[in-house]
Design a protein around this ligand. Structure first.
Ligand code: 8DG
Length: 312
């Protein structure tokens, strides 16, 4: 069979303040009609992705996006076409979405999608949408265990939903006890996802929610560890590629700015950061010297969110 041409498609994740997003049902007459998708469509000749997105949102829903930030890019082969899907997040728009093509609309949440079937290329996207925009990282080695537990408690109270325990120098007995304490805190009321840096065996023993692979593990492992959530630390294009091949759920890319934990390491800056993320299919947390106020600039450069050790 001849290779199918690559179709460039722009896709809008319209997100409301309560994190719900809009799915629409593909109208009769199109391939996969009756399947649910995000609003969007093919990029026309001479259009930029953002121009195509504004046109599609107006044609399909009668709205004008205020801003669209690049998110993921996913390549997928259907029997009718190979598509390159450029996902953008849109959190503010003018007008109220209304069906302009007789299509059904449904506001959904990633942990409870009630419509089906979804277009096959979108299934992993829902898992990515479950990830929060802030990824907190422990630093008990710097602050001491008591102070660290206190700031974790405060972080959970202020709504942090994803935490990495990164205590590379902690003795094994103390680490297990610290991890158990953090897991207990996470499970008391807060429903926080807790990943353990580097130690796959301990993560499995204590039933942490997952593992965050070091870049060394990323380059040496031949298969994704069997855990629910798997993140990985990346610093360059080779590690990003490997994370994609291994099928991890998300990565951190660092250091964006100079950091205390890696003194002297050359930092990426936002320009190099966004070049590395061009066409990348996984959610990426920007990491390195960032504060909560850097979230907007990170997302403008293609990040899913930001990861922080000291900013929480
Ligand atoms: N709009 C949209 N298309 C998607 C999504 N996921 C996914 O795999 N696709 C695929 C399905 C199609 O092969 C392609 C989009 O083509 P389309 O036919 O919807 O585009 P369009 O509205 O410009 O179509 P047309 O009427 O001009 O032919 O991308 C998604 O979430 N939204």
């Amino acid at each position: 069979m001849p290779d199918l041409p690559l179709v460039e498609v722009v896709v809008a994740i319209l997100i409301r303040p309560d994190s719900s997003f809009l799915l629409t049902c593909r109208p009769t007459g199109k391939p996969y009609s009756g399947y649910w998708e995000f609003p969007g469509g093919k990029i026309e000749t001479g259009e930029s992705p953002v121009q195509a997105l504004a046109r599609e949102l107006n044609e399909e829903l009668g709205i004008t996006p205020d801003q669209a930030t690049p998110w993921l890019t996913r390549l997928f082969s259907y029997p009718h076409a190979t598509v390159q899907l450029r996902f953008y997040r849109v959190t503010s728009w003018q007008g109220e979405p209304a069906p302009r093509e007789q299509q059904q609309l449904a506001w959904q949440t990633a942990d409870n999608v009630t419509v089906s079937p979804l277009l096959p290329a979108n299934i992993p996207i829902l898992r990515s949408l479950m990830l929060p925009s802030i990824y907190a990282i422990t630093c008990a080695a710097e602050t001491g265990v008591e102070a660290s537990l206190l700031s974790i408690r405060q972080a959970f109270q202020s709504g942090i939903k994803l935490l990495q325990i990164r205590e590379k120098a902690m003795p094994p007995d103390q680490l297990e006890c610290y991890v158990q304490t953090v897991l207990q805190l996470a499970r008391n009321n807060h429903q926080v996802t807790v990943l353990l840096n580097g130690n796959i065996a301990l993560a499995q023993t204590v039933q942490a929610d997952g593992i965050h692979l070091t870049s060394t593990q990323l380059l040496s492992l031949t298969a994704r560890p069997t855990v629910n959530w798997c993140g990985a630390s990346c610093h360059n294009a080779e590690e990003l590629k490997r994370a994609e091949q291994l099928g991890v759920d998300f990565v951190t890319l660092s250091p964006v700015y100079p950091t205390l934990s890696h003194p002297g390491a050359p930092s990426l800056g936002w320009d190099k950061f966004s070049v590395l993320l061009r066409d990348y299919p996984l959610p990426v947390y920007a990491l390195g010297g960032l504060q909560p106020t850097d979230l907007a600039i990170a997302q403008e450069h293609g990040a899913h969110g930001i990861a922080m050790m000291r900013g929480i």
